[in-house]
Ligand binder design. Sequence first.
Ligand code: 0XW
Ligand code: MG
Length: 368
Amino acid sequence: MKIAELHVHRIDLRIRTGSYVMSGASLEAVDSTVVELITDTGLKAYGETCPVGPTYQPEHALGARAALAEMAPHLIGEDPLNANALHRNMNAHLNGHNYAKAVVDMAHWDLMGKVHGARVCDLLGGAVFEEVPSYYAISVGEPDEVARLALEKSRQGFPRLQLKVGGRTIDADIATIRKVWETVGRTVRLVADANRSWTTRDALHLSKSCADIPVVLEQPCNTMTEIARIRPQLEHPVYLDESTESLGDVLNAVGSGLCDGFGFKVGRLGGLSHLRTARDICRVWSLPHTCDDSFGGDITAAACVHAGATVEAHLNEGVWISQPYTGVHYDPEGGIEVSNGRISLPRGPGLGVTPSPERLGPPVASYG
Ligand code: 0XW
Ligand code: MG
């Protein structure tokens, strides 16, 4: 089997729940890239990458399509069922840009499932969950409003809430965390995600001020070095997110005992092949983690849900998907949704989603 065509689509995902606010970014829409891979036998498979704006990570929408333009001509004629060959080919023609390579890797797994009549989760080792736990991320906001939303989402069944913090005074973050804890603290697990924005001074101050509150600090400071410096003084578990830009970073963090868990992004790691490895590393030393991406539609959601379904229960911190924020489906029949805080695994082989041509629109670039 060979790759015969690659079609690149650009999809504008508008955020219907108002602005999505993290420290360092406030977004009303995001720009997604979907690739349709067509084989010489006529089979179709899909991959997606959708940076959450250009500042969350060293990745952005135009860069994804530029990276794909660099790699795609060399992928025509490649065996789409051979992941090692695909990654060798991509690495031979472009250094880095995992988030663009993840698109091709995702399509590989979608195609593997379609060829072998298996769901991606079954190819990744087998499903632990058929209903995968999710979590909801609440934008940076005033304490009372964030607490109101936290109560609403806990009543909707989300077992875990991520509070976006940072980009303001640390006292505002402390007040928000405390208000949410008082409102829902004993019914959901709480994470405060500073998205790299706190100084070590502020992270220490918040951790001491909230020592009575069981909350995970996600990516509190910008670098692993800063986090390593204060970690022995923190009162709370630390999860890394943005700092883990490769499997090497994951190994380094795990080996040096730098964190208690992770927020993984399938795009940042370079695809499901690498997210599977990160999952297995975490299993060795019992490190809980999520299986997410930064944003995206049904294709990204399906990839994260299939990966998240294979994570052991005691390590499963859930799967975040953007559908509750965008309300958009590429697949009019089998779109991925959160219900009662959980996401049902898509039915059907591969990723289990079939984007409609109307939803994808005409390609912005085609190769082959
Ligand atoms: C909540 N997420 C998984 C989605 C947003 O893109 C950011 C990310 C995070 O945890 O930082
Ligand atoms: Mg995060």
